[in-house]
Design a protein around this ligand. Structure first.
Ligand SMILES: Cc1cc2nc3c(=O)[nH]c(=O)nc-3n(C[C@H](O)[C@H](O)[C@H](O)COP(=O)(O)OP(=O)(O)OC[C@H]3O[C@@H](n4cnc5c(N)ncnc54)[C@H](O)[C@@H]3O)c2cc1C
Length: 327
């Protein structure tokens, strides 16, 4: 019988990605209700080191395949190996990071297992049927990010497979060591891929700059007038902050979608967040609620953002930015 909440532990260059620890948090939350084991799968030519790192995250079981070559971007071959692993493990659910790697590999895995996959969840919740069995409510934005939907995997289909957006769950803390049961599947080989890497170029505009930033400067619709965005950019540079924004900033193409903060964008946890011209709609503030210190600038004394902010400045953002930049 299908059992276990399994996390795909994404890695790059022999290091676990932060999102792996985030998904372990999500899996632990689900397992508290379903009383299943938390499992992780990892495939890499650095599998032994990654298993040690995963163990520190406090998972119950780790399943690994050691590759005899670098498998970066070998998604066709990796997905075949993962499908074989999951047939052996038989988890009830698989949580996958909604990253380019996760999406590419697991759409292929879903096809191989015939189980379907829910893409881009921002919340996963355990629920119970009348017969006592558990299932996962897979909540995600849909229809151009305009509505939230709950997707359920058909009752007889396992595993329930879903990708989860990076940044929505706080990463669980690593301990000194753990006591997971570790299984290496020596009989599963990662075959030769049809993909050949010709050149590697660094990506521009990655969301990592926001997700890892200690200071984030957030622009809202109020920044769209005049040269306000230019001032905001100069301000961000001066305070060493990354720039994020609300949906109107994305709609007006001031910032790319992967810099949108909120329910259908990123959840950020910086030390300091400073917003300019943001009203404080719930869909936005969901993405900043774990910020340590929040400062908001808005002309409207009744703006909802002042109910969320630690410090509020009721003023014209242009005035504040121009004055700060002369310091
Ligand atoms: C299903 C769904 C999902 C959504 N997901 C997201 C999401 O992930 N992220 C997101 O951001 N939004 C999201 N939205 C949209 C959200 O509801 C709000 O419409 C949006 O956050 C508002 O952005 P804003 O605060 O920039 O604009 P507004 O609400 O228009 O507020 C602009 C603010 O700027 C102030 N202002 C104007 N000029 C100045 C000035 N010169 N100086 C100082 N203050 C000034 C105004 O007083 C006002 O409070 C979603 C909506 C839906 C329906």
């Amino acid at each position: 019988m299908a059992n276990g909440i399994c996390v795909y532990a994404e890695s790059y260059n022999g290091e676990l990605e932060t999102v792996a620890a985030e998904l372990v948090s999500a899996a632990k939350g689900l397992a508290e209700t379903t009383k299943e084991k938390v499992q992780a799968i990892v495939l890499s030519d650095h599998a032994e080191e990654l298993v040690k790192e995963l163990d520190k995250l406090g998972v119950d079981e780790i399943y690994a395949v050691k590759a005899d070559h670098d498998i970066t971007l070998q998604d066709d071959a990796v997905s075949a190996a993962i499908a074989e692993m999951l047939k052996k493990i038989e988890p009830s659910a698989v949580l996958v990071p909604a990253t380019p790697q996760g999406r590419s590999i697991f759409s292929r895995v879903a096809m191989r297992l015939g189980c379907g996959m829910t893409a881009d969840c921002t919340e996963v919740l355990a629920a119970q049927r009348e017969d006592g069995s558990f299932y996962i409510k897979q909540n995600k934005p849909s229809y151009g990010e305009n509505v939230f939907v709950t997707i359920l995997t058909k009752e007889s289909i396992y595993p329930q497979m879903m990708t989860v957006r990076p940044g929505v769950y706080a990463a669980c803390e690593a301990k000194e060591s753990g006591n997971a049961n570790v299984t290496f599947f020596d009989d599963i080989k990662i075959e030769k891929s049809g993909v050949e890497i010709l050149e590697e170029l660094p990506a521009e505009n990655t969301t990592d700059s926001i997700l890892g930033a200690e200071v984030v400067v957030v622009g809202g619709r109020g920044v769209l007038e005049d040269d306000n965005f230019e001032l905001l950019e100069k301000f961000a540079e001066k305070v060493g902050g990354a720039i994020g924004g609300t949906r109107p900033m994305v709609d007006s193409e001031m910032i790319p979608f992967n810099h949108q903060i909120g329910q259908t964008g990123l959840t950020i946890r910086p030390k300091i967040c400073i917003s300019f011209g943001v009203s404080g709609a719930i869909q936005h503030t969901e993405g900043i609620k774990d910020t340590n210190l929040y400062v908001a600038v808005n002309t409207d004394e009744n703006a909802a953002i002042f109910g969320v902010a630690d410090y509020g400045i009721q003023a014209d953002l242009k005035e504040i930015l121009e004055n700060y930049l002369t310091l």
